[in-house]
Design a binder for this molecule. Structure first.
Ligand code: 13P
Length: 250
């Protein structure tokens, strides 16, 4: 059985004063039957990991460099992220693929580095609106999966997040049938590439305008093992609602 995962992505939001949101999450939901993860700005990782120690909440970063160290001004290595106490890294988020021109080969190199550093890679894939309208969604997902996921992946160090670009921050979501179609497709592709053991163990998250009022329906879709939540993870009460809906789906 895959352990359900409610992951939040704070993106470029959050000052140290906002760590109280994490305290509130830990206090109100100390022992969920699911895993909770918050992927935070680098400035908050150590404080958050210290607070979350001993709780079933993991702390993640939102990107890292492909190299182990070196002359890369402004970048963070996987080892630096691990050194904060964080255990996961989001890679290939559409905001990085687009705003930072990261292609799937770069994402794969980052994910390999993350695995070599004993961290979990949360690899994001997703089609644009034009690609969906051109009926290319599954081809796009197929290409991103093949090129972004490294051979170092296994059932615990890889999480795949399906985030349609057009659903991120827009309030739009695919239909439940569309989400199910893509998640079933990703599952089949992972099983074909890594075998049924690993392929069935990898958790698949849906991301894109997940809110307290639509999450329960999404969590009922086949091969949806949780969510990667942007805006609705910033406030503890909203995120708690989503966590509890996911727990109810266990
Ligand atoms: P929103 O939930 O704000 O649409 O963001 C989704 C996302 O990009 C999570 O990584």
């Amino acid at each position: 059985m895959r352990r359900k995962l409610a992951a939040g992505n704070w993106k470029m939001n959050g000052l140290r004063a906002d760590l109280v949101q994490i305290d509130r999450l830990l206090e109100l939901h100390p022992a969920p039957r699911i895993e909770t993860m918050l992927c935070l700005p680098a400035t908050l990782l150590h404080d958050a990991a210290t607070r979350a120690a001993g709780h079933p909440m993991t702390i993640g970063a939102q990107d890292c460099h492909t190299e182990a160290n070196g002359a890369h001004t402004g970048d963070l290595s996987a080892a630096m992220i691990r050194d904060t106490g964080a255990t996961a890294v989001i890679l290939g988020h559409s905001e990085r693929r687009h705003a930072h021109h990261e292609d799937s080969e770069v994402v794969r190199a980052k994910a390999r580095r993350v695995h070599q550093t004993a961290l979990t890679a949360v690899v994001c894939v997703g089609e644009s609106l034009a690609q969906r309208e051109a009926l290319n969604t599954l081809d796009i997902i197929d290409g991103q999966l093949s090129a972004s996921i490294p051979d170092t992946s296994n059932g615990t160090n890889l999480v795949v997040a399906y985030e349609p670009v057009w659903a991120i921050g827009t309030g739009l979501t695919p239909t439940l049938e569309q989400i199910g179609e893509v998640h079933d497709f990703i599952r089949a592709r992972l099983e074909r590439r890594f075998g049924p053991g690993v392929g069935r163990a990898v958790r698949l998250l849906y991301g894109g305008s997940v809110k307290p009022d639509n999450c329960a329906a999404i969590f009922g879709v086949s091969n949806v093992d949780g969510a990667l939540v942007g805006g609705a993870s910033l406030l503890a009460d909203d995120f708690l609602h989503i966590i509890k809906a996911l727990e109810a789906a266990v």
